[in-house]
Design a protein around this ligand. Structure first.
Ligand code: GDP
Ligand code: IMO
Ligand code: MG
Length: 423
């Protein structure tokens, strides 16, 4: 049963898109199981750079079946747009499948997202894609699902009712309401385009498992943004951890062979929320500039800091990581010294546990261990032995601290800038 799950182990943007693209050389199916177009997964192929938001990153490999699972929230207009763009680049989207159980995002969700950000006591710094409000509707049991795209009359009826309700909330908050009929027209056009792609994907996934196919589950965001396990309330609204793959697709847990964790060699975060190792100095700027740390979805500059082994060990524990793919090691090339956070000092005591309270996390002073840099361009390295000794020491120590095994190292955004580690 070669079913593997790949998830981000930090606050997102670890390089999941690149890894999925690399690993799908040997895969039959890629399944997204949570999140929506808040994700931005970059894949570089030759001179071309593609950013995917909803379509699984296996789409660039011929013959790979791509599935958007029930745990995702999908904006039908955005999905249609993304499919047309990917098709215009010469890739085949005809086999893309959208689970009939997937909940849909509409314009009113996006407006509610913005209103929440403006009026809520706690500002999250969301992507503004309507993710939270769409998951809220799912939990309120008033969501509209992809299966409704197949019945335009039913879809229209539900849409009109929900949009009218959303408009009441929007106007009570002093925000601009949506033009219900104009929005419905866009949704109906998208429904017509997407209808042939809507499928009972729980069967598609389980039949592929039964047939012994190689299946890769593509996580979005990262464990520290998980609604239950992340830095609540500064999180997204879904289960981003590996366990989400089962509920978000109908995959039985016994089918899972292994879990890949993607780990950036330093730490980044977009939006608000505590970030103990964040750097506000020249080193932080160097990470952002060299690492091109600007959001793939919103273009926002990402907050940057040293590698936080306390947070990563916690994520690897919750995710049950079997193998790590460490990315962006090359971004550390220019530093004389590099730091790893091994503990937090909170209220005068040092701990290596990730706290549940964001107030405590915000007060945490990182305890650093300093390592000599390697001051060498490693973007051309293609094996463990080709890495400078100090880079190998840094990785070995990081793996030891997070109690996981490194199986892949990535030293650049391209497919070929990747190698397996056999240790
Ligand atoms: P994702 O959301 O986890 O898929 O990650 P993003 O695509 O949002 O951000 C990762 C960025 O780093 C993208 O621009 C990738 O092209 C780039 N990238 C991935 N791996 C590497 C690497 O090993 N080195 C460098 N320099 N860039 C990388
Ligand atoms: P990928 O898959 C990084 C962050 C937002 C915000 C919080 C909630 O590319 O790694 P939301 O719009 O989801 O309600 O925003 O989560 N966020 C991400 N940060 N990478 C992502 O996805 C993210 N998706 C959401 O910045 O702080
Ligand atoms: Mg991203």
């Amino acid at each position: 049963m070669p079913v593997d799950i790949l998830v981000g182990t930090q606050w997102g943007d670890e390089g999941k898109g690149k890894l999925i693209d690399v690993l799908t050389r040997d895969v039959d199916m890629v399944v997204r199981f949570q999140g929506g177009n808040n994700a931005g997964h970059t894949v570089e192929i030759g001179e071309n750079r593609y950013v995917l938001h909803l379509i699984p990153s296996g789409i660039f490999r011929k013959g790979v079946k791509c599935v958007i699972g029930n745990g995702v929230v999908a904006d039908p207009v955005a999905l249609q747009d993304e499919m047309l763009k990917v098709a215009a680049c010469g890739f085949d989207v005809s086999e893309l499948e959208l689970s009939s159980r997937t909940h849909l995002i509409f314009e009113y969700h996006k407006r509610l997202d913005r209103v929440n950000e403006r009026s809520a006591a706690v500002k999250i710094g969301t992507t503004g894609r309507g993710i939270g409000p769409a998951y809220t509707d799912k939990m309120r049991r008033v969501g509209i699902r992809a299966v409704d795209l197949l019945a335009p009359e039913r879809l229209s009826e539900k849409f009109r009712a929900e949009a009218a309700y959303a408009n009441k909330v929007l106007s009570a908050c002093g925000a601009e309401t949506v033009d219900v009929e104009a929005e419905l027209a866009k949704v109906l056009a998208a429904a017509e385009y997407l209808a042939p792609h809507v499928g009972n994907s729980t069967y598609t996934v389980n039949e592929a498992v039964a047939a012994g196919k190689n299946i890769l589950f593509e996580g979005a965001q990262g464990a520290l943004l998980d609604i239950d396990h992340g830095t609540y309330p500064f999180v997204t609204s879904s289960n981003t951890v590996s366990g989400g793959a089962c509920t978000g697709s109908g995959l039985p847990p016994q089918a899972v062979r292994s879990v890949w964790g993607v780990l950036k060699a330093y730490t980044t975060r977009v939006g608000e929320g505590p970030f103990p190792t964040e750097l506000f100095d020249a080193a932080g700027n160097q990470l952002r500039e060299v690492g091109r740390e600007f959001g793939a979805t919103t273009g926002r500059p990402r907050r940057c800091g040293w590698f936080d082994a306390v947070a990563a060990r916690y994520s690897c524990m919750v995710d049950g990581i079997d193998r790590l793919a460490v990315t962006k090691l090359d971004v550390l090339d220019g530093f004389d010294k590099v730091a790893i956070c091994t503990g937090y000092e909170i209220g005068g005591k040092v701990t290596d546990q990730f706290p549940a309270s964001v107030e405590e996390l915000a007060s945490a002073k990182p305890v650093y261990e300093w390592h000599d840099g390697w001051k060498t361009d490693i973007s051309g390295a293609r094996s463990w032995d080709e890495l400078p000794e100090n880079a190998r020491k840094y990785l070995t120590r990081a793996a030891e601290l997070v109690r996981s095994k490194i199986a892949i190292v990535s030293v650049g955004p391209r497919r070929d800038q990747t190698f397996s580690v056999e240790k």
